[in-house]
Design a binder for this molecule. Sequence first.
Ligand code: UD1
Length: 379
Amino acid sequence: MEHRSDRTPRRRGIDLVVGTRPNLVKAAPILRAFAARGDAPPVRLVHTGQHYDPSMNDVLAEELGLPAPEVVLGVGSGPHGVQTAAMIAGYTPHLLGPDRPRGVVVVGDCTSTLAGALAAAQAGLPVAHVEAGLRSFDETMPEELNRRVTDAVSSLLFASEPSGVENLRREGVAEAKIRFTGNVMIDALVHALPAARVLDMPAALGLAGRPFAYLTLHRPSNVDDPARLAALVSLTEALAARVPVVFPVHPRTSARLAAQGLDARLAACAQIRCLGPQGYLRSLSLLAAAAVVITDSGGLQEESSFLGVPCFTLRPNTERPVTISHGTNTLIDGDLDRLLPLVEAALGGQGKRGGPLPGWDGDAAARVVEALLDAWAMW
Ligand code: UD1
């Protein structure tokens, strides 16, 4: 006898692909926005396994309230091409089988973003890219390749800032594919800030009420070149002579520092607090209380701009120019010694304060989900 469920048409869901730490932060508000809609199809969370250390993944997933992923690819580390190939090979059967989704959502600009988008496009599925159109115009960055290719195969492009819309238009993308939704990373921040403040990480580090600098470094352009990394360690020592420096060290950076014996130099300086990778709430607690942020992270440029904390970005360019024009960001290119007087001015209250950032209001994910459901209703 035929079972009733065999005759009931399966309600095809939507896949959301994550793999790295910043992907998890962006996924959380999108999942919440789907859950807030009674009419939304089911969302299947797909994890590539690009970030796998508990400190880079599990801690954040729990803090952000993410469900366990339904598809786990477990690719781990490796050259980008090998990671991309393994992700596509692992994901494709899930796109062609009985659980084929109606479309795939990817976020950000990492290898997992690119692989999720390519696998979906090759399987004939529509792709939506959250954080579309960002361009650093720096082809040495692996993320720039990921951004361009992901946008090229996506049929819905959700821009987090006005430059994203402008870049896509200039590249000839059809207007019907582009939506200015604002920044889902800020949705996550707005949601988590009260809990982060309660954690009071500065007090836990003995820095309550004291100005401190919050430092993060992980870009290959800063940490993979031994001379550049040594110069950045010298800069950190000089900075620490003026203000305590809190430095949560990314695994890539940790490995490079150890290879050059630079970790011992940092450890020898009492004013430099090297920590392991921090969870989302602990990092936000430190960021919100910092006097200045010094970073090469895309997310921190945005978060510090939203929070009004002066940010110095150790890169020659940024794909997030709204953080410079409307936020608190300043690029430090070339001469690293420029940083110290700028930090001094910021400590004296002369840093950039920034102003309102268009579309960064805590409701970006709701706009993403509304546009998605509208566009994919027929799939
Ligand atoms: C990746 C993203 C970058 C994002 C960053 C956030 C790409 C190309 N880059 O950079 O855009 O800003 O994540 O963190 O996708 N490792 C561990 N444990 C982990 C993960 C990585 O030890 O859980 C080590 C591995 O040795 C690995 C190295 O860190 O080779 C780099 O990791 P990878 O994911 O390749 O790039 P990220 O530098 O983290």
